[in-house]
Design a protein around this ligand. Sequence first.
Ligand SMILES: [Fe+2]
Ligand SMILES: [Fe+2]
Length: 327
Amino acid sequence: MTIAPVQSSPSLGSSGWTDTRLILALEEVVEKELNRHLGVAKEWMPHEFVPWSQGRDFDGVLGGEAWNVEQSQVTPLGRVSLVVNLLTEDNLPSYHHEIATMFGREGAWGTWVHRWTAEEGRHGIAIRDFLLATRAVDPVELERARMSHMSEGFESDNSHSMLHSVAYVAFQELATRISHRNTGKHAGDPLCDQLLAKIANDENLHMVFYRNLLKAALEIAPDQAMRAIADVVTNFRMPGHGIPGFERAAAQIAIGGVYNLRIHHDDVLQPVLRHLRVMEFGGLGPEGLVAQNELGVFLDGLDSQARKFEERQAALLARREARRNAG
Ligand SMILES: [Fe+2]
Ligand SMILES: [Fe+2]
């Protein structure tokens, strides 16, 4: 199938690309990216990263030892981030439903949807096994949070449009990568860091797949793709926002430097936008130019918000340090 440029097909004006047409037009790109992904993705074994020898029976059916926070070797920040990351991974059935419904389960798109789901499934399995074997988190609280979070389901803010969905996952996969990576760095456990680095590597490959797809979409339907990018960037929310106690956890995660406005701007939005040359992208019609301009204004605002956040963060950390020294 050939990708028809907008101008060669007068019936497809700047807003004439329906989702169905885009999915067909991008099938070849999906196939190429899928093959590239399969060529670079290396098999890895989650069970190798779990220190099973540390595991022991819990109370309840087996009459073992109840969980206690003193048993946990990870840092308090690591514990909060690990739970948010795991619960986010746990909602995979909802994400699968979203992309299977949007992209379909046939052809290269379908092969990608299933392969991606299988890779993502590994993340929740690996993190949960690690947390339970090392007694890093309260297993009862974790299970209740999982039940509550999954029972809510997840509906993307972007499921109304194929281009919005692609744009969202391109940023979201990178956000997830950074979040796992920084959680590992702050967890205070070298094996946990290694496991999360492995997971972060998967997330990076997912980001590359969607980013390259978004690049092709920008070439095919520049105005619509620019609008989708602007909408997604200006309204971005992490998929875990429905987790019980998310606001409080997110504040700790922000102050601790796992994920905050500065990281979101510098390490998530900018790398994708720069790679796609979104702000320099030429050949836009009036609608695309409006979207590009909106994006520029938003990014400037976000950068100054991030600067204010950093000042608050530094002041708070200094107060904590002073209290520690006084105590
Ligand atoms: Fe994942
Ligand atoms: Fe991923």
